[in-house]
Design a protein around this ligand. Structure first.
Ligand SMILES: NC(=O)c1ccc[n+]([C@@H]2O[C@H](COP(=O)([O-])OP(=O)(O)OC[C@H]3O[C@@H](n4cnc5c(N)ncnc54)[C@H](O)[C@@H]3O)[C@@H](O)[C@H]2O)c1
Length: 267
């Protein structure tokens, strides 16, 4: 985390209806989850950031609080979660309710990306990918729905990989296609409770997850080739769609996926 303040200042007045709301963001120790947490807190949202890497999560929460000091931001609490465990989700929800008294938003962001050819992928890799990326989203949504009031919103992190296959990503693509479909199913069912469920489908976003792309000249060349805008996206460039989907501006939007991929789903 660095320079959070500078990167958020231009947008702090956008979506004032978010102020005072309460969010859970999973996988918030780094990458997009950390950026989402900082962006929400900068707009007055109280956030429980949860990650399997508890130490990094606590550090990130402290850094965000320090960077937003003096701006009347929302409070940020860091805690541990293993999203493959339903009981961990419930504990995080209880923490949000105890500390902030309500639960408005749940961002199912935690994910893993194993690179393995279909002929070589191990049962352990397949199981872990489906457990974290798919079951983790389902348990998060189930938990959120138990505690949310009408008007609340869930956002799941899907991927361009839900609609485009590339070599070595069979398990990941399968898991993200499942997230896209799960999002639509959840939207249909949770609509009865007035809860909206949408997904974001990023392309190549510059985080630890895609570090291998930057480190491999051939992979980077290929990535830039298949992105019509010919560059990787930054985590900050995914913030706008997240805020929109959570905000009242999207109150009639559910079961939708917003691609943030520089156009790569078409190539
Ligand atoms: N970076 C990209 O290009 C890209 C593209 C499309 C989709 N996505 C998706 O966006 C989301 C965020 O990606 P990122 O690039 O910020 O990833 P990242 O690897 O930087 O961060 C993922 C976070 O999830 C946490 N996590 C992993 N397993 C967990 C578990 N079992 N329980 C709790 N936390 C766990 C990790 O500790 C990490 O902090 C992921 O779902 C990813 O699949 C990323």
């Amino acid at each position: 985390m660095s320079d959070t303040r500078a990167r958020h200042e231009p947008m702090t007045a956008v979506y004032p209806d978010l102020e005072g709301k309460v969010a859970v963001v999973t996988g918030a120790a780094r990458g997009m989850g950390a950026r989402f947490t900082a962006a929400l807190a900068a707009r007055g949202v109280h956030v429980v950031g949860a990650d399997i890497n508890e130490e990094q999560m606590l550090t990130t929460a402290r850094e965000i609080a320090a960077e937003l000091k003096g701006e009347k931001p929302g409070e940020v609490i860091g805690t541990r979660i293993d999203v493959t465990k339903p009981e961990d989700h419930e504990a995080v929800a209880q923490l949000a309710l105890e500390r902030f008294g309500r639960l408005d938003f749940w961002v199912n962001n935690a994910g893993i990306f194993p690179f393995a050819l279909a002929g070589e992928i191990t049962p352990e890799q397949i199981e872990a990918t489906l457990k974290v990326n798919v079951e983790g989203v389902l348990y998060g949504a189930q938990t959120a729905a138990r505690h949310m009031e009408p008007g609340s919103a869930i956002v799941n992190m899907s991927s361009v990989s839900a609609v485009r296959v590339r070599r070595g990503r069979g398990a990941y693509c399968t898991s993200k296609a499942a997230v896209a479909h799960l999002t639509e199913s959840l939207a249909v069912e949770l609509g009865d409770q007035g809860i909206r469920v949408n997904s974001i489908a990023p392309g190549y976003i510059d985080t630890e997850m895609t570090r291998w792309v930057k480190e491999d000249p051939a992979a980077l060349r290929h990535a830039l080739d298949v992105v019509p805008l010919h560059r990787l996206g930054s985590p900050e460039e995914v913030v706008g769609p997240l805020l929109f989907l959570l905000s009242d501006s999207a109150r009639y939007v559910t079961g939708h996926s917003i691609a943030v991929d520089g156009g790569s789903r078409h190539v």
